[in-house]
Design a binder for this molecule. Sequence first.
Ligand code: PMP
Length: 392
Amino acid sequence: MVSSVTIPPPACMLLPLEVPNRYLFGPGPSNVPPRVLAAGGRPIIGHLHHEMYEIMNDIKKGIQYAFQTNNHMTLAMSGSGHAAMECAVFNVVEPGESVLVSVNGVWGERVAEIAERMGAKVHTLVKAPGGYFTNEEIEKALAKHKPVLFFLTHGESSAGLAHPIDGIGDLCRKYDCLLLVDSVASLGAAPLLMDQQKIDILYTGSQKALNAPPGTAPISFNDRACHKMFNRKTKPVSYLFDMTHLSNYWGNDGKPARDYHHTGPVSGFLALRESLAILAEKGLENSWRHHKEVAEYLWKGLEDLGLKLFIKDKDLRLPSVTTITIPDGYEWKELLAYMIKHHQLEMTGGLGPSIGMVIRVGLMGYNCSTSNADKALAALSDALKHCPKRKA
Ligand code: PMP
């Protein structure tokens, strides 16, 4: 029979899948514990089966614990951290409204662009990577720009900064503005209390301290945020991220039936549930303490190697992602390539405005141990010995 197929099967598809084992000690994704991998390998069930709804209900409770919130409007996005960023902005902002974004690294830049693309009037508060904003600076900008939404990154992973949060929620209420916080790189690693700190919308990612595979992103909206997003005049620009539909899919809208909106990432949700279970078993405060202790051990080891930490003030350092000033004379890309080649160990360079300024080491969740800190230090020390110094 003459074949109608003119394009042959690609040769690569006839070879087995190869995936190396690596130490993922960059800013994420992080290595995933066998228990979470196994959960993701369980049978697929229908995304609208009642067992799946139960699993989604469990995920909701796990997120409420991890975020320290009683918010009913809590769910996980079918998508990475960017999906949660876009969901937050698309749902609470209407075209033409004023949005204030703090930019002290790449994440503020991204949110400013997302808000601009959907037609918001975007104002920025800008600092160089590693900088942070005082409550006085924030209040001045809130008074000037009268935004409906203020964005702040809690764990600025491109700079290694943990931004102070206290008092900002009160300021946002005073100026009738919603506070949106990104905790993708900090959740589970640094203290954050959504309700007590009056955060109106909080999101995170699955692939950092939670140690689930990339691809799902917890998010929560309080009543102030729900009031704004469910009383809008225009429809959000995205159908997939429209909270009217997502709140129904997650059983949050009080309607008796949960209808088909999109097919959720079933395996991703199973893995996310397991990672939230591990956090619940360990306890949030233990997790925060553990990340801080391991980070301090790493910081001391880096200083003993003669390296300089990019964030000078210890209290402002993000425990999950440490930034090292690129050591004098070295090409940072060579150091990173050496560690991958000889140690199967990933660290990364900067991102956005911090490119060329820092090397980033992440020890998060499952990877957060002093023995892994020793591995990272040994690899760096070896790279410093073997990579050429190009400048005096
Ligand atoms: N915010 C922060 C602080 C992050 O570190 C990241 C991921 N590096 C993101 C947002 C974006 O998340 P994702 O890559 O999962 O879309």
